[in-house]
Design a protein. Structure first.
Ligand SMILES: Cc1cc2nc3c(=O)[nH]c(=O)nc-3n(C[C@H](O)[C@H](O)[C@H](O)COP(=O)(O)OP(=O)(O)OC[C@H]3O[C@@H](n4cnc5c(N)ncnc54)[C@H](O)[C@@H]3O)c2cc1C
Length: 289
């Protein structure tokens, strides 16, 4: 199939993009890497009257790290981010390696992935796990949307129709934090049936000072494993405690079943992955995050 007819605007800056959005609102869609939007247009699952192409907006192509925050501009391709974080933030690099295939990551943007809001995507769960946020801009100004407030339902975010995400902000793990990342998919490059990211860091006595668990593929949005995190704080990390925390986090999930996996399978796999990623995180504690 071919897309339904649309009006095309090539924006050369973020300001130009939001001006077009202000005129068209919900009738318009931003085109970034096109790796999700173009198939949806071709299948006519999306029929926007206007496309605002931001690929020429050079002011959105930047990566910065300052004060413990990694800022990723809306035009940064997933592959560029993957290379940039490879030695700096291996947790993010590991997550990106599992996003589709290299050809998709060469074109797809990290911010487009976050804005698309697929609950089986790796990056939204990571943004949630890292207490991240996105910067939303309209002609009226900018606002910061925390990851916990961004995702409402599958492919549905709290972005307004006249807003563009200009930047994603990942809060970097504290020095010495350990990390784990794992997913189960039918084939490499497929969206995950279930996945989990975990972070742990310890205080001077070796007790757990911080714990983060983030799930994807097991709900209508990415889900934070708060029930498990709370069981670990201030305690010695033992295998039994990590297992208990993983099971508690998974028990709080309400995944849907579909053609690919039942709800029960997803919950069980999530528990196993949470335990594995917490163990991996503990083993890496003390090394660079
Ligand atoms: C075969 C295949 C396999 C894939 N596998 C995975 C996978 O395993 N995991 C995964 O996470 N993803 C996967 N993807 C999706 C891929 O990561 C996309 O690149 C990504 O989801 C969207 O990024 P994009 O830049 O291509 O955005 P686009 O496709 O251009 O846009 C996607 C949506 O986000 C909106 N949008 C984009 N940028 C902005 C912005 N700056 N502000 C506001 N709205 C914006 C668009 O309007 C659109 O609604 C796969 C894609 C394909 C084709």
């Amino acid at each position: 199939m071919k897309p339904a007819p649309f009006e095309y605007h090539a924006a050369l800056s973020a300001a130009e993009a939001v001006e077009v959005l202000a005129r068209h609102g919900d009738a318009a869609k931003v085109l970034a890497g096109g790796q999700s939007l173009v198939p949806m247009l071709n299948f006519r699952l999306a029929r926007p009257g206007v496309l605002v192409d931001i690929n020429g907006a050079a002011d959105l192509d930047y990566l910065r790290e300052a004060d413990g925050v990694l800022a990723v501009g809306a035009l940064v391709r997933q592959r560029k981010l993957e290379r940039w974080v490879a030695d700096r933030v291996p947790l993010i690099a590991e997550a990106l390696r599992l996003v589709g295939h290299v050809a998709i990551r060469n074109r797809g943007t990290a911010v487009g992935n976050l804005a698309h809001g697929d609950p089986a995507s790796e990056l939204p769960a990571l943004l949630l796990c890292l207490d991240g946020a996105v910067v939303a801009r309209s002609v009226g100004g900018e606002r910061l949307i925390a990851a916990a407030e961004l995702y409402l339902a599958p492919l549905t975010t709290s972005l307004a129709g006249d807003e563009i995400v200009t930047e994603a902000r990942f809060t970097l793990p504290p020095a010495g934090a350990g990390w784990g990342f794992a997913e189960v998919a039918r084939r490499h490059g497929d969206f995950a049936l279930a996945g989990c990211a975990a972070l742990l860091w310890r205080d001077g006595e070796g007790r757990i000072a911080g714990a983060r668990i983030g799930f994807f593929g097991v709900g209508s949005t990415p889900v934070r494993g708060s029930a498990g995190e709370g069981l670990l704080l201030g305690l010695e990390p033992t295998p039994a405690r990590l297992r208990e925390a993983a099971q508690a986090a998974a028990a709080a999930l309400s995944p849907d079943g579909d053609l690919h996996a039942t709800a029960d399978y997803r919950r069980r796999v999530a528990g196993v992955l949470a335990e594995r990623t917490l163990i991996a995180a503990l083993e890496r504690c003390g090394s660079r995050p």
